[in-house]
Design a protein around this ligand. Sequence first.
Ligand code: SF4
Length: 402
Amino acid sequence: MPTFTSRFREIPRRVPIDEHNIAVQFDESKCKNCTLCRRTCANEMTVLDHYYLPSTGDMPMCVHCGQCAAVCPFGAITEVSEIEKVKAAIKNPEKVVIFQTAPAVRVGLGEAFGKPFGTFVEGKMVAALRALGGNYVFDTNFGADLTIMEEATELLNRLQSEEAPIPQFTSCCPGWVEFAEIFYPDLIPHLSTTKSPISILSTIIKTYFAKMKDIEAENIVNVCVTPCTAKKSEIRRPELKASSQYWDIPGIRDTDYCITTRELARWMGEEGIDFDALADSPFDDVFGQASGGGIIFGNTGGVMEAALRTAYYMFTGRKAPAIFLPFEPVRGLDGVKKATVTFGHFVIHVAAISGLANARAFIDDLIARNAFEDYSFIEVMACPGGCIGGGGQPKMKLPQVK
Ligand code: SF4
């Protein structure tokens, strides 16, 4: 009888990573065929098994979540690093290198330096990025606040529209967006039209900030630091060139490079930065402050809570009560939480889902029961636990890091 592992040994020795993959790469010479990557891709993310279905044309269907790299114990699967490109920009005196950091990095970076899980190291993270040569360090949470304003406005519009499809699904997670585009294209009209926090902030930096500081947009190098390998793919989407349109200069991308928490830790180690000796440094002004709503983006359910609180305020003119979103975990389906909130005449049923296997099961159930209208708003984060468990987060104490 075939064992659990042998099923995965029969699958060719690779997850769906081809040579064009912009987020993750596979070095077959380091692979010991332990099958962890394939089990994660198939069971946790439900991509691999479906990749081999005729319905997907047997094409590489990677959603760039990086969970395969996060579990690979042998370094056979790694993120495609852009550090050398960032270093080259820092050395170029014409370039202004701007880092922005996603919420989960400041609670993941410490782990790479032996700190207890979840230690908050925001000040040291900012100091390290300055020491590495960043001209400015901004907080993606500022962009998250803008995402929330947009997403809450859109939700209210959809709730009051006869035509706009409900439920509204969040769109800030690029792994989820790619998954929906590949496997559930009928859901695309349900995806929020709001850009992710990183994409919003990058555009503002290359337009408003460039103007304010009199910097030519083509000389700004926007680098996002994220827990997320899928961002490496997202920043290359052809539609994310708003600053190019704004300045009428072809070829400017809103975000130039993406490095993960793991890459940042490795880079710090290579440069001999003594993490413990770093004095805390604040974010730069203008885009260094954010509300509590922006900060909770890194947790599963955070996007949903922030957007609903904002929608409540927009609709009623009052702050949402302290206990506003009484999430109930759903037994037997880890990573799915449901809640019902009421404001005005709206009774809103919502769900927050993390992990693509949970998302597939939840959506398939809605399809089978023809029950989409049971929900008004659904948050999906691709990685188990949300961005905290992102594919670019530290997986162990890195040997080259002190
Ligand atoms: Fe990236 Fe977060 Fe989505 Fe994972 S859950 S793919 S880390 S945005």
